[in-house]
Ligand binder design. Sequence first.
Ligand code: GLN
Length: 240
Amino acid sequence: MNELTVYHFMPDKLNLYSDIGNIIALKQRAKWRNIKLNVVDINETEGVTLDECDIFFIGGGSDREQSLATAELSKIKDTLKAAIEDGMPGLTVCGGYQFLGTKYITPDGKELEGLGILDFYTTSQKERLTGDIVIESETFGTIVGFENHGGRTHHDFGTLGHVTHGYGNNDTDKKEGIHYKNLLGTYLHGPILPKNHELTDYLLEKACERKGIPFEPRELDNTEEEAAKRVIVDRVKKSK
Ligand code: GLN
């Protein structure tokens, strides 16, 4: 049986709103393609390389947890940056997305250093951006999720798409997340992958391509996933 390995960074600190569900979704959709997905939890990064890693995942957390996780991950930031530049697929959620940038400014003006892997930063406000969110993406179609963040992120990189309901990166430009090479960063909890099979398959397919193993079948029967997604899209429409 073919295998893939996911590195789950800082699960002891970053697991808001069931972000762990993203791992479950990756595992299941890999299994349906006869691929065994191994998960390695990494809470301490000293000496960690990404040689055995096919996909990485970082969840969200409060400002405090986020800053502790940044300090730990800064030990391997060059390795992580090189992997991203090399096209390693990865998903980072909310706090995990924010700290890929250069800094995070808290609502009371305190500056928390980011990993500086990508050139953007986030400022936070007391008033939080919360609720269901719907995005239209040229690459992935309709994406749904739940957001709850004080951070406002602005950047000129590619994004996941256009926000049709909710906020996304900030409260002004109607863009959500980041899509850089095979890295996906997002404000969407929910968790995002079980709600959006297109994103799950994207990460798995890219990992298979890099490793040279088959990703078959390309399409699965997504009737139930699509029905669940429709519930959120309809609920949001009714609330307008
Ligand atoms: N620092 C983040 C914020 O903007 C944390 C939120 C999250 O990960 N959900 O509030």
